[in-house]
Design a protein around this ligand. Structure first.
Ligand SMILES: Cc1cc2nc3c(=O)[nH]c(=O)nc-3n(C[C@H](O)[C@H](O)[C@H](O)COP(=O)(O)OP(=O)(O)OC[C@H]3O[C@@H](n4cnc5c(N)ncnc54)[C@H](O)[C@@H]3O)c2cc1C
Length: 386
């Protein structure tokens, strides 16, 4: 598998790196404190073309792809995970339309998303169904040229700042094949955001409850045929898994780079921390895990760019997500350890990174669910190491 970065990829990575250093890093601590959504940084991303990386050129994006997005997310996550989530959401909210929508829907919703004129959110999780999303309970009932949707979604990233959501609901009785996807403008009558969650990290992007009550949307807003919604949702998540991994990868890099800088300066027992072998081993272990994760993430993103994100390739996308996000948690923890008490304090960014890292093992399919995907492929012989 060839995943050397092209010149175009390097340009995007370098642009994202510059924005991350100049615009994101100075705001990160304040966003964490205030919990405010950084509309200005969203604007900077839009201006740099970073919101349309996974949107095809014919629909107003650059079509640069998922490896390009992973690189931009990685650079951003070195400084702030909330801002890296803003980039990820640009793909997560548009992929259902990109993968399952009509030409008309793509022209209407993708073009405006690529420029940052509008932003979306992805509504799958419900109070009674997270991992087992196929059993979701929201309902959409056909009524003439419309659907009337009722249901509640929870933990929706960016739900309270979105202009539209991709909402999954049942249009028939039971099973995954009963689920359909809908583009729901957030100014639709019957759409409400009763509350945002009080949470542990990634404070700059709100996580919201979304309730649809007798919410009427045109049948033209259904994404693909009735019953295709679950497949669209799963393929959307598959394509975005390497990008969640990139959030972990960048976070780990930011943590260990910070800890190394500190360890060069801080002295104990008369020598800099970097002279202690125990510290050196933590640094080296971090670098080993970061590089291993980088290969998995870039490889997985390249698979997605090659159109390989169906069931057959899903285990490799799951591996990248699991490895990079769990690695991020270990590296963030060890980076704090290298700073000692200082690492625990808000004077340094590591405690924020540590809190932010925790959600990565839960969102878009928990580590356990990724392992189910991988193990199933092994047991069924699709991954065969003989
Ligand atoms: C900050 C944040 C942002 C989020 N953003 C979004 C969003 O934008 N859109 C959206 O739709 N959702 C979003 N989610 C929801 C997220 O996708 C779900 O939390 C996730 O899918 C897990 O579902 P759950 O929390 O209901 O856990 P549950 O499904 O209740 O699982 C609880 C625990 O049991 C484990 N488990 C469950 N089933 C099995 C099994 N069969 N075998 C082994 N272990 C199992 C899980 O791994 C987990 O550890 C977000 C969540 C968070 C925390």
């Amino acid at each position: 598998m060839d995943y050397e970065l092209s010149d175009a990829h390097k340009l995007i990575r370098d642009a994202a790196r510059r924005i991350a250093r100049e615009k994101v890093a100075p705001r990160a601590a304040e966003l964490d404190e205030s919990g405010e959504y950084p509309q200005d940084i969203f604007g900077v991303f839009a201006e740099a073309g970073l919101l349309g990386l996974t949107i095809p050129e014919q629909y107003g994006g650059s079509g640069a792809g998922f490896l390009a997005l992973a690189l931009a997310v990685e650079e951003t996550a070195k400084h702030d995970n909330a801002c890296s989530l803003i980039l990820l959401l640009a793909a997560l909210s548009t992929q259902p339309i990109n993968l399952g929508g009509s030409d008309q829907q793509k022209r209407e919703w993708l073009a405006k998303s690529a420029t940052g004129a509008i932003k979306g959110a992805f509504c799958l999780t419900e109070p009674n169904t997270g991992s087992d999303a196929a059993n979701l309970e929201s309902r959409a009932r056909r009524d003439g040229d419309d659907y009337v949707i009722d249901g509640e979604k929870v933990f929706i990233s960016g739900g309270s700042v979105a202009d539209y959501v991709c909402f999954f609901a049942k249009t028939a009785e039971d099973g995954a094949s009963a689920i359909s996807g809908f583009i729901v403008p957030t100014n639709s009558p019957g759409y409400s955001v009763p509350r945002c969650d009080r949470k542990m990290g990634v404070m700059g992007v709100p996580t919201a409850n979304i309730v649809l009550q007798d919410c009427r949307v045109s049948a033209a807003n259904r994404i693909g045929d009735e019953g295709r919604g679950f497949r669209t949702a799963m393929l959307t998540l598959n394509t975005c898994r390497p990008v969640v991994g990139a959030r972990g990868l960048g976070l780990a890099e930011g943590c260990i780079a910070y800890a190394l800088d500190y360890a060069r300066e801080r002295k104990t027992f008369g020598v800099p921390l970097v002279d202690h072998q125990a510290i050196q081993f933590m640094l080296a272990d971090a670098a080993i895990e970061i590089e291993a994760s980088r290969h998995l993430v870039y490889h997985a993103a390249t698979l997605v760019d090659q159109g390989k994100y169906d069931r057959q390739h899903a285990p490799y996308l799951s591996m990248a997500k699991t490895m990079a996000t769990e690695m991020a948690n270990r590296v963030a923890s060890n980076a704090i350890q290298i700073l000692g008490a200082q690492g625990y304090m808000k004077d340094h960014p590591l405690e924020r990174h540590y809190r932010d890292a925790r959600q990565l093992m839960i969102v878009e399919g928990t580590s356990q669910i990724q392992r189910l995907v991988i193990a199933r492929a092994m047991i069924q012989g699709e991954i065969n190491y003989w």
